[in-house]
Design a protein around this ligand. Structure first.
Ligand code: ZN
Length: 285
């Protein structure tokens, strides 16, 4: 299944993407794609509902906004430096254990929403990433068992203000958490839709110029290892997001570095997980 959410920010309705690409209103199912849904075997129940009701459910025009494919989760956890060639381009060592940082959940936005530059931003950067969405409560999970705790996967652009991230001391969270800095979607794909999650090409372009090209096969730590590792340090709740790091080609790694400005257009995609398009707009405050 491919889960979507449709409608204005904060008032999205749940939906499904049909096999023919049509957007279908799944409001009749009566639940949003949130912690309660995932934690109560929602995907299996939704699959049964879809078998009976999808054909007759309302079709939604492509002109309607797509929101993030899940309701705001309890956590967005990001993995840093998880592609060896990306670590090198930023001048960092390949880590011995996964680097974890948080992104504020208020940064979540739709896949094609405008990205609003933070006030006084001079170094806003892009990072195309594979995001894991948790399907069950997970604590001290082994890598072998980890796949059973995953609801599915989505495309994520981990926007990062490098000055806020790196020049104000303390943790990276400052540069990762601005509103609109976590476009997710267009859809959440269940694992059966994705196949081998460690064999997906990912790409990103800015104003039509290719900037990032990679493959999830080059991750330092793969999906099962990451889920297991994070669950050693905190309880993962259904619907939580783990973003698995970015391949090389970020603006910070270019010589000289290149950062985003109002008017730029960023497009990215991952095989099997669709595409996003964001327009960069000036700070509104
Ligand atoms: Zn990242």
């Amino acid at each position: 299944m491919k889960l979507i959410r449709i409608g204005p920010p904060g008032a999205e309705k749940p939906g499904l993407l049909a096999a023919n690409g049509e957007r279908v209103d799944a409001s009749g199912f009566g639940e949003d794609w949130d912690e309660t849904f995932f934690g109560a075997d929602g995907l299996a129940r939704l699959s049964r509902w879809a078998a009976d009701h999808l054909a007759a459910a309302r079709r939604v025009p492509d002109s309607e906004r797509l929101g993030p494919p899940i309701a705001r989760p309890s956590k967005i956890i990001c993995i840093g430096l998880n592609y060896a060639d990306h670590a090198r381009e930023t001048g960092a060592k390949v880590p011995r254990e996964p680097v974890l940082f948080f992104k504020a959940t208020t940064a979540l936005s739709g896949p094609d929403d405008d990205v609003v530059l933070p006030r006084d931003s001079s170094k806003t950067d892009w990072e195309v990433e594979l995001a894991i969405v948790m399907g069950a409560r997970a604590r001290y999970v082994s890598p072998e068992d980890a796949p059973g705790f995953v609801a599915g996967y989505a495309l994520h652009n981990d926007y990062s203000e490098r000055e806020h991230q790196l020049e104000h001391g303390g943790q990276w969270v400052k540069g990762k958490s601005a509103d609109t800095f976590a476009p997710l979607g267009p859809f959440l794909a269940t694992p059966d839709e994705v196949g081998d999650v460690q064999k997906l090409g990912l790409w990103l372009s800015v104003n039509g110029e290719s900037r990032q090209k990679g493959n999830t096969s080059n991750m330092v730590f793969g999906v099962p290892q990451l889920v297991s590792y994070v669950s050693r340090f905190m309880t993962l709740l259904p619907g939580d997001v783990i973003s698995t790091g970015t391949p090389p080609g970020v603006g910070l790694g270019l010589d000289p570095p290149v950062f985003l400005k109002a008017g730029d257009v960023v497009e990215c995609g991952i095989e099997k997980l669709g595409q996003q398009r964001q327009r960069i707009v000036p700070s509104i405050e």
